[in-house]
Ligand binder design. Structure first.
Ligand code: FES
Length: 516
């Protein structure tokens, strides 16, 4: 297949392989106000793991999801479970120090161990296999960075090191580093198993129940979109981007990145191990064993700050397909999907009490693309905190930590400057198209009665109009042609073509306008 043909065979609609699993328990929406011990907002890995551990410890829990369970970042991941987070340890030794870096490594190794042991204990078949994890480079600069990382592995006592000759890739690399005995799995199968266990333990779960706000009374009270209230002793906010994000100014200390995945059929040998390139643009690879007995090759990467792609979104998928075609040859591309990841100021997630002044609301966010190990570790840390058990990692992950002076926050500051610019440029950008110019399945910002308006004409020719002002803090949203969504360049909120919230921090839809 030529590169042009490869690019043109990107599936028309995004579809995650993980979300194809059909045996996910489903639940109704909350229709009454309730009281409980612990309420957990967000049905991804961190929320489900903490719900499971708390229900297992005998706590009365309610788990809420604004949409469907395991349908946020957790359903659209690359599903590697590893403490090898690119070349983070050499950076961590310089920024947060060796002691904290080692605790971060141990916390993530603990997340991996929890998933392995729980899957085995509960008999959850989730395609989990032990894999060596590699970071490789094709450049001299990358080689130097990998050598520095190998020194960090020695300092921290990490099982691994330089392993250039062990790489199982069909192209030359200048260097590679391995972390041994990591894993990959099917996250939806695993978490569906945990949800069944939560139900069995008496936990209560609601879908299609959006938490809008948490009132900070003696006991916290969650207000839902349909006017219900949940009063409880503690709330865990595990909604990816935290709700109540103005509390503790979370939107000013989280950056949002969007990245892409394709899963392809190829006749070439699929590498053993899981891979990540240290070079830019990033490429991530692993095998996906399917229930039909075939093995797909997953290729991910091509990330950019959310809502701020320099090209149209489909090009990112095409870039991944070109890489796959060049190195493996592609027969077919049955799946494509994308996800949004949050990173904190110092790249260590925020896990613990949301603000120093009120300890009834706990948060887990900012997994910096490593949501499986960090998410499981976060669920364990939050459960320990609520159960009054000491956890050796609580201090490193404490969201109210003040010791960030040494952290390399320059990139983050640059990123926030770009946020501010997006706000201004977005507001001033001239709009030239009219809705009449839009073809079927095309969207963009048009002028209607002199007003800038978000417009999408669906495949049946029907026009859907929304305000382009983000309901979070008022930036101007941009059209995403690959996901048919409105994406905000400021803090990563996303909305469907008719304005419904897909990703926070926004909790209110875009204002819908009458197409007549
Ligand atoms: Fe904050 Fe849109 S996400 S302004």
């Amino acid at each position: 297949m030529s590169q042009e043909e490869t690019g043109s065979r990107i599936p028309k609609f995004a579809h995650s392989y993980w979300r194809e699993f059909e045996e996910i328990p489903s639940f109704t929406g909350l229709q009454e106000s309730l009281t409980t011990d612990i309420a957990i907002v967000g049905g991804g890995i961190a929320g489900i793991v903490s719900a499971y551990l708390l229900a297992k410890a005998g706590k009365k829990i309610i788990l809420l999801d604004a949409g469907k369970l395991i349908d946020g970042a957790t359903g659209y991941t690359t599903a590697k479970i590893t403490a090898q987070h690119n070349l983070l340890y050499s950076e961590f030794i310089e920024t947060i120090g060796a002691e904290q870096a080692k605790l971060y490594y141990e916390a993530n190794s603990g997340g991996l161990k929890f998933i392995q042991e729980t899957a085995s204990e509960l008999g959850i078949a989730c395609d989990l296999t032990v894999q060596n994890a590699f970071v490789y480079s094709e450049t001299e600069l990358g080689k130097q960075k990998i050598e520095k990382e190998a020194e960090a592995y020695k300092t921290l006592g990490i099982d691994g090191g330089l392993a250039t000759s062990e790489v199982d890739l069909p192209f030359d690399v200048t260097a590679a580093i391995v972390m041994r005995n990591q894993a990959q799995f099917h996250p939806v199968k695993f978490l569906a198993g945990l949800l069944r266990e939560i139900e069995r333990l008496g936990g209560i779960v609601y879908e299609q129940t959006r938490a809008m706000k948490i009132e900070k009374e003696d006991r916290p009270v969650i207000q839902t979109e349909n006017g219900m209230r949940i009063s409880c002793n503690k709330v865990i906010v595990a909604s990816h981007y935290p709700i109540n994000s103005s509390d503790g100014l979370y939107f000013s200390k989280l950056s949002v990145n969007r990245s892409y995945v394709i899963a392809v059929r190829t006749e070439a040998k699929i590498p053993t191990g899981v891979y990540l390139s240290a070079d830019s643009p990033t490429r991530s690879m692993r095998a996906i064993p399917t229930d039909e007995g075939e093995t797909l090759l997953m290729i991910g990467g091509d990330g950019h700050p959310a809502g701020r792609s320099k090209t149209n979104i489909l090009e990112h998928y095409q870039n991944l397909a070109h890489f796959g075609e060049e190195h493996f040859g592609i027969k077919e591309i049955p799946y494509r999907w994308s996800t949004q990841d949050l990173a904190t100021l110092d790249k260590v997630p925020y896990v613990g009490t949301m603000t120093a002044s009120y300890d009834h609301i706990l948060v887990a966010t900012g997994f910096n693309k490593w949501g499986m190990s960090n998410g499981a570790a976060a669920g364990m840390m939050l459960a320990d905190r609520i159960l009054g058990k000491p956890n050796p990692y609580a201090e490193v992950f404490d969201p109210t930590r003040t010791k960030m002076e040494k952290a390399d926050v320059e990139d983050f500051i640059k990123d926030n400057a770009a946020v501010a610019k997006a706000f201004i440029v977005g507001k001033l950008k001239r709009t030239v198209e009219t809705a009449d110019e839009l073809e079927a399945d095309e969207g963009g910002i048009v002028k209607i009665d002199g007003e800038k308006t978000g417009a999408y004409r669906d495949e049946n020719g029907q026009l859907h109009l929304v305000s382009t002002t983000c309901s979070h803090l008022g930036c101007t949203v941009k059209w995403n042609d690959a996901e048919r969504s409105w994406d905000c360049p400021c803090h990563g909120s996303r909305f469907s073509y008719n304005g419904d919230v897909l990703d926070g921090p926004a909790v209110h839809p875009l204002k819908k306008l009458d197409a007549e």
